[in-house]
Ligand binder design. Structure first.
Ligand code: HAM
Length: 416
């Protein structure tokens, strides 16, 4: 038997009903905040991610689905959507027509991580990117939107962690100092951690190893101590707005995030109910990325959220209610074309959901199925009444049945 690939999931109607509902809410939420949807391709040139997310990150180093195409070009299934959005923005030279672009997206991303609860190899992200403003109110808008989305979906027990990584070459300076402060504990690190310390020291701060966490807490310098006055002012202006908006946050001086493009503000929303994979969403400023990828010097900020983690946090029940308004019951082969025509007419003229059986089941089992589908009405084609051009209509809730002329069906439902 051919099975789905580890870390991927089939979504059946019991899942997609809930997802469609979430997407409807998200679309509405984004639109009232002035954000419009962007859809970029699912695969891109590999270089886009190695240059933006960063050569030394876990994502680029070991989690990308990459292959060489027939023309020898290296292609990659997108592991995230910020770089593709920025690539599209640059390609269209949008800064020439719009001083600010506000996008949102919903779609699949791919990372070859070790699958576990809340962690898949094909997962779905929704997110937003605001490209054009360097002002702290833009940061506050993004963080408050992230927070309000989870509130809209009824998620409690949220923690927002924020920090600033500063601008200029702070990351590099801090990385060197961090390495220096930790290198003396090298004998307590495993091979992977030593490699991290050498190549991308900031990643050490995310270590799940309790001993490393202790060493870090006791010895690592805080990146926030390195940032400039101007960056500090930006951070204070942001937190002032968050306070005014009643958005609770904690300043986590160890929060650095796992992608290389960040500058200044970074943040994560954590759920206290999710277990190990507790990051609901994460984001931050990436003021240099547009220029680094070949555009103008244009600041930007955004976040992305895992759809599967949102669904876990919502604790949704499977939604397998496949409902209909009208179920047409017929057991006579000769009436099938008429039944199909009537179903079409009802859908087109009244916009109602109409279900017809295509298994030629007995009257009794069609009636049972109509009940299972919570049909409000059933229309029964009966050979005897049809001789007088009549059919039965049964109000399923009231368990009442009457016969009417077949030509009066539309007006019957119009008056219901
Ligand atoms: P990220 O932190 O790598 O950031 O991913 C954002 C969110 O995607 C995570 O918080 C998590 O909810 C979800 N996620 C990531 N990997 C997986 C996985 N393997 N399985 C399930 N869910 C996952 C970014 O992707 C940045 N592009 C965010 C951003 C947007 N920064 C600025 N703009």
């Amino acid at each position: 038997m051919i099975k789905n690939i580890k870390g991927t999931k089939d979504l059946f109607p019991c899942d997609t009903f809930n997802i469609q509902d979430i997407e409807r809410h998200l679309n509405g939420f984004m639109n009232i905040h002035g954000y419009s949807e962007i859809r970029t391709p699912i695969f891109e040139s590999t270089e886009l991610f190695s240059r933006s997310v960063g050569e030394q990150t876990d994502i680029v180093n070991k989690e990308m689905y990459t292959w060489i195409d027939q023309n020898k070009q290296s292609l990659t299934l997108r592991p995230e959507m910020t770089a593709p959005v920025v690539r599209a923005y640059i390609q269209k030279q949008l800064w020439k027509t719009e001083p600010i672009s506000k996008f949102y997206y919903i779609g699949p991303s791919f990372r070859r991580e070790r699958p576990q609860k809340g962690r898949l190899r094909q997962f779905h992200q929704f997110g937003i990117e605001a490209i054009g403003s360097s002002n702290p109110e833009q940061d506050a808008e993004i963080i408050s939107m992230a927070y309000n989305i989870y509130k809209m979906f009824g998620i409690e027990n949220l923690t927002i962690k924020i920090n600033s990584l500063g601008s200029g070459d702070i990351r590099k300076k801090y990385g060197n100092d961090l390495k220096e402060s930790l290198i003396k504990f090298k004998d307590q690190f495993n091979g992977i951690e030593i490699n991290r310390l050498e190549k991308n020291p900031l990643r050490i701060l995310d270590s799940k190893n309790k001993n490393i966490q202790k060493i870090v807490n006791e010895n690592a310098p805080n990146i926030f101590d390195y940032i400039s006055n101007e960056d500090n002012e930006h951070f204070n202006a942001l937190t002032n707005i968050l306070k005014e908006l009643n958005i609770p946050y904690t300043h986590d001086q160890k929060l650095v995030r796992g992608l290389d493009y960040y500058t200044k503000t970074v943040f994560e929303l954590i759920s206290n109910n999710l277990g190990a994979q507790d990051a609901l969403c994460g984001g931050g400023r990436y003021d240099n990325l547009v220029q680094e990828l070949g555009g103008e010097n244009i600041p930007a900020i955004g976040f992305a959220a895992g759809m599967e983690r949102l669904i876990l946090a919502m604790n949704l029940k499977n939604n397998d209610n496949i409902n209909t308004d009208i179920y047409i019951i017929n057991t006579e082969k000769q009436f099938i074309p008429k039944v199909m025509h009537l179903a079409d007419q009802l859908r087109k003229e009244l916009g109602v959901a109409v279900y017809i059986d295509s298994l030629r089941r007995s009257m009794k089992s069609q009636m049972r199925h109509a009940n299972k589908m919570n049909a409000k009405f059933s229309i029964i084609f009966d050979i005897k009444t049809l001789k007088e051009d009549k059919i039965y209509i049964k109000n399923m809730d009231q368990n009442k049945q009457e016969s009417i002329l077949i030509n009066d069906i539309i007006s019957y439902f119009e008056s219901e």
